[in-house]
Design a binder for this molecule. Structure first.
Ligand SMILES: *Cc1c(COP(=O)(O)O)cnc(C)c1O
Length: 446
C-alpha cells in the first residue's frame, strides 16, 4: 500500500483544464461598474494583459501551458499526494484520507501556480512591473517570487495592520526583490485620501486593492494582478487537480469526496474542476467547499451581482456574496476573509454540483493540532478548515470512502495563531443575521 504517490517531472500536466467549456448553462458575464452593461474584453486591457483577458473568456477546453512556465513549475511540481494513514488510525475511520500537498512550493502555498503564469503572460506583452495587494502576505509573497523568477518588478500594497504585525511575509517579499508599502500609503491618490478620511486606520484588503489598481491604471508599464476569484486564476490552479488525477490512477483509486477551503475559491477550484466532467457524466462524487464562519459567503450569502472590492471600483461579478462592505472579524485565516466567491465556484453552487460548510476557528485549530500531531505537517490556518471538514466526514463514513483534501499551504508563518490557540487566547466570533442582512442590503440596489 502506497503512502506517498510521487510523479516524475515529465508528468506535470502540459495543459490547464477550462471548465467554462463544460458548464451546462453559461456563466453570467461580468458587468461594467458604472453602466451595468456586460463587460467587453477591451474594458479590462488597462489593468490586465490581453492574453489573460482571453483566458478569462476562453472557449477552448484545454489550454497549453507554455514551456517557460513548466520549467518554473518543475522547481516544486509535481507535488506529492499523501495518505494520512496515522490520522485515519487516530480517528478509527474506515475512510481513506489523502491530501495533495501544495505547501511544497517555495512560497508555501498553491498561489505560485497562478502567480508564475500571470507574471509570464505580462512579461510576454512587454509589461515591466506588476502591482498587487496582500493581506497577511501569502499572495504578495507568491507574486514576488514569480516576478523575481521572470524578471519583472513587483509592487505590493500590504494591509497596514499585517505589515506592522506580521513582518516575516514582508521580509520574504523583500528577499525576492519586491517593494512593499503599508496600505493606505502615500504612493497613490486613493491611499492619500483614505489617510485623510480615516487617520490611523489599519487598512483593509479593499483599500489595498484600490491602491494596486490605481497604480496599474496610472502607469503605462504596469499591470495589476489578482490572486484568486477570476476565471483565469481558477484555470491555472487546475494543474493541481489534473496532477492528482494521474496520481490516483497510478494507485488504482478514485476519490469519492473532494474537499477544499474557500476564500476566493481558487484552490478548491484547482482541485475540483478537473473532476466535474465525471460528476456531470453521472459518477457519484461529492465536492465540499469549506469557509470560515466569520465570512460565510456560500453558506449564508446571496447569489447576486456585487463588486470585487470595498470601494466599488472593480467590475460587477455574479457570485455568492455577503456584500462588498462586509468587514469580517480578524480571524487568523486571513485568506478566507473575502466577501465574495469565484463566479465559477458560485455557479457550481447554484447548480447544486457542490456543497458548502462553515466552521469556527477554534474547532479548525483543534483539527489542525490532531493533523500536526499525527502527520507532522503544521497546516496554514486556511487549510485547517478543509482538514476539519475531512475529519468530520471521515467520522461519518460507514463505508470505505476515499476522501481527498487540497492541502493549500503550510503554517510556518502562522505560529502566532497556533500560540493563541495553545494558550487558550483564541476566540470564535459569530455573525448575526442582522449584520449580514444589512451588508447584503446593498446587493439589491446593484
Ligand atoms: C490564499 C489562501 C487560501 C484561500 O484562497 P483561495 O483562492 O480560496 O484558494 C487558502 N489557503 C492558503 C494556504 C492560502 O494562502
Amino acid at each position: 500500500m502506497e503512502e506517498r504517490i510521487l510523479l516524475s517531472e515529465k508528468e506535470i500536466p502540459q495543459q490547464w483544464y477550462n471548465l467554462l467549456t463544460d458548464l451546462k448553462t453559461p456563466l453570467a458575464p461580468p458587468r461594467h461598474p458604472a453602466t451595468g452593461e456586460p463587460l467587453k474584453p477591451e474594458d479590462l486591457y488597462p489593468i490586465f494583459p490581453k492574453s489573460l483577458v482571453a483566458q478569462e473568456v476562453s472557449s477552448e477546453r484545454w489550454i497549453e501551458i507554455p514551456d517557460p512556465i513548466l520549467e518554473i513549475y518543475r522547481l516544486w511540481r509535481p507535488t506529492p499526494l499523501c495518505r494520512a494513514r496515522r490520522l485515519e488510525k487516530a480517528l478509527g475511520t474506515k475512510a481513506q484520507i489523502w491530501y495533495k500537498y501544495e505547501g511544497a512550493s517555495p512560497a508555501g502555498s498553491h498561489k505560485p501556480n497562478t502567480a508564475i503564469a500571470q507574471a509570464y503572460y505580462n512579461k510576454q506583452e512587454g509589461v515591466t512591473r506588476l502591482s498587487t495587494e496582500t493581506g497577511a502576505g501569502q499572495w504578495g509573497s507568491a507574486l514576488s517570487l514569480a516576478c523575481q523568477l521572470l524578471g519583472l518588478k513587483c509592487t505590493v500594497y500590504m494591509v497596514k495592520g499585517s505589515y506592522e504585525q506580521k513582518p516575516y511575509r514582508r521580509i520574504m517579499m523583500e528577499t525576492w526583490g519586491a517593494e512593499v508599502f503599508a496600505s493606505p500609503s502615500d504612493k497613490t491618490e486613493s491611499g492619500r485620501r483614505i489617510q485623510v478620511e480615516m487617520p490611523g486606520t489599519p487598512g483593509s484588503l479593499g483599500i489595498a486593492i484600490s491602491e494596486a489598481v490605481e497604480d496599474a491604471a496610472t502607469h503605462e508599464d504596469t499591470k495589476y494582478s489578482l490572486g484568486s476569484v477570476l476565471n483565469h486564476v481558477c484555470l491555472h490552479q487546475t494543474v493541481v487537480g489534473l496532477e492528482t488525477k494521474k496520481q490516483f490512477k497510478l494507485a488504482g483509486l478514485k476519490p469519492d469526496i473532494l474537499i477544499g477551503c474557500v476564500g476566493g475559491g481558487s484552490n478548491f477550484a484547482g482541485l475540483v474542476f478537473p473532476f466535474v466532467p465525471e460528476k456531470l457524466a453521472g459518477q457519484e462524487m461529492r465536492f465540499i467547499a469549506v469557509e470560515s464562519a466569520a465570512c460565510p459567503s456560500l453558506t449564508r450569502g446571496q447569489f447576486a451581482y456585487d463588486f470585487g472590492d470595498t470601494a466599488g471600483l472593480t467590475p460587477l461579478l455574479k457570485m455568492f456574496s455577503i456584500g462588498h462592505r462586509f468587514v469580517p472579524a480578524p480571524v487568523h485565516a486571513g485568506g478566507l476573509r473575502y466577501h465574495g466567491m469565484a463566479p465559477m465556484v458560485s455557479h457550481l453552487m447554484a447548480e447544486k454540483l457542490i456543497e458548502a460548510r462553515a466552521y469556527q476557528q477554534k474547532e479548525v485549530f483543534e483539527a489542525a493540532l490532531l493533523f500536526a500531531r499525527t502527520e507532522g505537517i503544521i497546516p496554514a490556518p486556511e487549510t485547517n478548515h478543509a482538514l476539519k471538514a475531512a475529519i468530520d466526514v471521515a467520522r461519518e463514513c460507514r463505508e470505505e470512502k476515499v476522501i481527498l483534501i487540497n492541502f493549500s499551504g503550510h503554517g510556518h508563518f502562522d505560529l502566532s495563531a497556533y500560540e493563541a490557540f495553545l494558550t487558550g487566547r483564541m476566540t470564535d466570533s459569530t455573525v448575526s443575521d442582522e449584520t449580514l442582512n444589512k451588508s447584503m442590503g446593498d446587493l439589491k440596489k446593484i
